[in-house]
Design a protein around this ligand. Sequence first.
Ligand code: 6PG
Length: 242
Amino acid sequence: MAPPALEVHSDPAAVAQAAAAEVARRMAEAVAARGRFTLALAGGSTPRALYERLADPAGPYRTRLPWGQVTVWFGDERCVPPDHPDSNYRMAHQALLRHVAAGAVHRLEGERPPPEAANRYEAHLRRELGEDPALDLVLLGLGPDGHTASLFPGSPALEERQRWVAAPFVPHLGAQRLTLTYPVLDAARAVLFVVSGAEKAPALAQLLSPAAGAPLIPAARIRASGEQRVLADEAAAGRRAG
Ligand code: 6PG
């Protein structure tokens, strides 16, 4: 399995711009080919600038993309209500979803008991996608420890190959999370990592060129059936753009 292709941009704003253009391109292609675009949003802070770029009223995306044919999913969620400051849904809703009329938005219900929320989301995915969860595009971030979505190093969720949604307890956070598992991430037609900041450089290096003999970081264990790409700024990539 080839490592993800890396595209370096000067700074986080340039990464957000490039990521927005790629989301738009894939959206238009999917809708033209299949009449819909299924997109899983990433959480954390990095994707906010991407979502704001897509929703920018002065930009080319908010009014000119077929948002009505877009079904929005989430890669992971914190186990908090949707209006909680830590909620990935809240961040995406504020930055993007309240500005565009997506055909459907399926949030992970962080306010429910985690096992129940995971079961409900998996049932929803299976109802909508059938037995092949081939999302058109999964957006992912990268943690300094190499985690992605809420798949953290050492988590039992890394070994889950049947269930599509897990509710792992994350010891160093002292909290449970909800996350898509590798069966869904691997089925994706495309995976796009959006990474910025020098603190991500060691993890990004491990993603792009895993050290022989060392355990793979969670992000590097994805074996997407489709394209895997990384958009990173110079600080995370450790080299200049271009
Ligand atoms: C989350 C994300 C998580 C995130 C990374 C990077 O819920 O926090 O899903 O995997 O993508 O931790 O986070 P930043 O973008 O905030 O650095």
